[in-house]
Write a protein that binds this ligand. Structure first.
Ligand code: PSV
Ligand code: MN
Ligand code: MN
Length: 388
């Protein structure tokens, strides 16, 4: 009998992870953007690549877009194109970080003309959401200051609130806004939305359709991220995840690559807080594949999430509760570690096959010939994105 009980299998079958369109484009470090052969030249080609990840895993049925990186004339047509490939268009990410006007801020800018321009961009994103059928607008702000005394931090919070209030008012009934925090970069002294507390305070002031986005790479080293996950779920304010992993800063590496145990702990709290397969909590990746091939990089990523989800579902909740109630520190920790230390890969492979999926999605993609085909076909031109 499989170690994956029918309840665990049902939970795994309900899992879906949104892929970022920009993971398929060329991206870079601050120093160099390496071109990868076969890189998409259009938003359509990025979506086609994302659909491949879903084809071999059944884990990734939607694709997030970044505006203006994925700007097209006809978003309804883009939606039909995606749906024909078996995926939907998901979160719309705004972008106020690549325009000279925003050197000193966008939604917090002291100059009303620039602030209005940034608000208008977000309202345009909401219009796009109507055409793409997207529910969520994700806002990450590259705003802050580099030197003490440079900016009136308090006035900027007030302007941020005013700007977000206008954007919030433009949301449709079934649309939401998620505000992403990041503790530093590109500003190094202060950031206007540096932490979950600030994001929470700002979204709580708006209403029920405004929530927090937690990007796993956006915390200081050593931060207990699963505690934040627990708290936001407890408050009903965790709207979405941007998954990735990091060794040093905002590395945007493959989720689960740097610290699989951290991913396990996060997913354990998601399960504990009833956030798994809860439509109110979106699971997204926010990654860049600078030196590895991008489609296999995304396949590896969703499989890592699936693997740690299976392990977290194996935690014996009754035994854990009993050990916690008895203050049996070592027994409680052992229950936790037993689940984390279980190799679920053979059971997952078997389960995938039983559902008509490849037991080894990485191998299935490699054997499909898709990578060779795009490398031969896509010559010339790169899509806008990081480094472009
Ligand atoms: C910022 O570092 C961020 O995490 C935001 O989510 C952006 O939209 C994204 O990266 C772009 O990769
Ligand atoms: Mn992010
Ligand atoms: Mn980031």
């Amino acid at each position: 009998m499989s170690i994956l009980t029918s309840d665990i299998q049902a939970a795994l079958a309900g899992q879906s992870i949104e892929l970022p369109s920009w993971a398929f484009g060329n991206s870079g470090t601050r120093f160099k953007v390496f071109a990868t052969e076969g890189t998409p030249r259009t938003p359509q080609e990025k979506i086609a690549d994302a659909a491949e990840v879903n084809r071999v895993t059944a884990l990734a049925p939607s694709v997030a877009l970044h505006i203006p990186w994925d700007k097209v004339d006809d978003y309804a047509a883009l939606r039909r194109y995606a749906e024909d490939l078996g995926v939907s268009l998901g979160t719309i990410n705004s972008n106020t970080f690549q325009d000279d006007d925003y050197k000193f801020g966008a939604l917090t800018h002291a100059d009303d003309r620039i602030r209005r321009k940034a608000i208008a961009h977000h309202i345009e994103c909401i219009d796009i959401m109507g055409a793409t059928g997207s529910r969520d607008l994700k806002i990450w702000l590259a705003e802050g200051s580099n030197y003490p005394g440079q900016a009136d931090m308090r006035a900027r919070q007030d302007r941020l609130h005013d700007s977000l209030t206008e954007i919030y008012a433009a949301l449709g009934e079934d649309q939401r806004l998620v505000l992403e925090y990041k503790f530093f970069e590109p500003s190094f002294y202060h950031t206007d939305v540096p932490d979950w507390g600030t994001s929470y305070v700002q979204v709580a002031a708006l209403g029920d359709k405004a929530l927090v986005c937690l990007d796993t790479g956006h915390h200081a080293p050593g931060t207990n991220i699963e505690f934040i996950v627990m708290q936001l779920l407890r408050l009903g304010k965790l709207g979405s995840f941007d998954f990735n992993s990091r060794f040093y800063a905002d590395d945007d590496l493959i989720v689960g690559a740097a610290d699989p145990f951290q991913l396990f702990r996060i997913i354990f709290e998601v399960i504990r807080g009833r956030g798994l397969n809860n439509p109110d909590v979106a699971f997204m990746l926010d990654q860049c594949h600078n030196i590895e091939k991008k489609i296999p990089g995304q396949i590896r990523s969703v499989l890592n999430v699936q693997e740690m989800t299976a392990r977290a579902l194996l935690v014996d909740g009754d035994a854990l509760a009993a050990a916690q109630a008895a203050n049996d520190v070592l027994a409680a920790n052992a229950v936790f570690m037993d689940a984390f230390s279980t190799d679920v890969r053979p059971a997952l492979a078997e389960w995938r096959e039983s559902r008509g999926l490849p037991a080894d999605p990485m191998a299935a993609f490699a054997a499909s010939g898709y990578q060779e085909k795009i490398e031969a076909e896509r010559v010339g031109g790169t899509q806008a994105g990081w480094g472009a």
